[in-house]
Write a protein that binds this ligand. Sequence first.
Ligand SMILES: NC(=O)c1ccc[n+]([C@@H]2O[C@H](COP(=O)([O-])OP(=O)(O)OC[C@H]3O[C@@H](n4cnc5c(N)ncnc54)[C@H](O)[C@@H]3O)[C@@H](O)[C@H]2O)c1
Length: 301
Amino acid sequence: MIQNFKGTTAVLTGAGSGFGLECARIGAARGMNLVLVDVQQDALDRARAEMEAAGAQVLARKVDVSNAAQMEQLAKDVQERFGAPHFVFNNAGVGAGGLVWENTVADWEWVLGVDLWGVIHGVRLFTPMMLEAAAKDASYRGHIVNTASMAGLLTAPNMGIYNAAKAAVVSLTETLYQDLKLITDQIGASILCPYFVPTGITSSERNRPGALAAGELTKSQMIGQAMSNKAVSSGKVTAAEVAQMVFDAISANQFYVFSHPNALGNVKSRMDSIVSITNPPDPFLARPEIGAKLRAQLRAG
Ligand SMILES: NC(=O)c1ccc[n+]([C@@H]2O[C@H](COP(=O)([O-])OP(=O)(O)OC[C@H]3O[C@@H](n4cnc5c(N)ncnc54)[C@H](O)[C@@H]3O)[C@@H](O)[C@H]2O)c1
C-alpha cells in the first residue's frame, strides 16, 4: 500500500500513449521519478519532454517489452539510476482479432510477445529488485500493476488471440498476488481490466515489427478491426480516469481494477456456466444484437 508517492519511482511500459501516458502524468504531479518505456520513439520523446517540463526526474528507454535482453538492460538501467522501483506498471499491449484458427504464427508471436511476455519480463525482473529493497528497509512499499483486459475474463468471439493473452495475464497476476503474500506484506499486486476506452489501441499495427508483419487480412480480421474501432472510439470512460483508478487501487491495496464494473454481469454469467457445467453463454448477454450482427457478417457470402 503506497500512500505517499513523492520521491518514489514508477516504471511504466507503454508510457507513450493511453493508460501508460496518463499514469505518467499522475506520477509527475505526485512528485515521482519516472521510467518511461515504449517502443515508439516519437511518442516516448513527447512523453519525456512533457514529464520533465512537469518537474519529474525521467529515465526514458526505447524498449520492446517482448524482448528479454532489452528488458534485462532496462532493469539494470533502472537499478543504476533510481534503485528498486516502487510502482511497476506492466501495461504495454497490442490488439488483434479474427477467427482463432485464422491467426498466423506471426500474429500469435506478436500479440503474445507484447501482451504476455512483456508482463512476464516485467514481473521476473522487477519483483526480485523490489523484494530486495523490502528486505533492506521495513518502510519500503511496492506495488505491481499488470494490464490485462475484460477480454481476459470474457471470451468474446472473433478475438481469441487477444483473449488468450489477457486470460494468461489475469492468471499470472492472481498468482503473483498469492505468491507475494507468501513472502512479504510490503509489496502488493493489482490487475487492470479495462473494457472499451478511447486510446491508441485500435491502431496497434503502427508498432508491429517488420519481422512479424501481418499477412493479408482475412475477412474476420477486417470485421474484428472495424468492430473494435467502433467499440473503443465510442467508449465514455477516459484513459485519464482509468489511470486515476490505478493510483487509487495502489493506495487501497485493491487487486481488481475495472474501468466498467457494469460489464461484470457478463463475467458472472460466464462463471455461472462454468460452475453449473453448462455451455458458455453469449459474452454480450445484455446486447445480443452484437453477436447476431457478427454472425450475419461472417456468414454472408
Ligand atoms: N483501450 C482499451 O479499450 C483497452 C481495453 C482493454 C485493455 N487494454 C490494454 O491497455 C494497455 C494499454 O493500451 P492503451 O489502450 O493505452 O493503448 P495505446 O496504444 O494508447 O498504448 C499502448 C502503448 O504501448 C506501446 N507498445 C506497443 N508495443 C510495444 C512493445 N512491444 N514494447 C513497448 N511498448 C509497446 C505503444 O507504442 C503505446 O504507446 C494494453 O495492454 C491494452 O491491451 C486497453
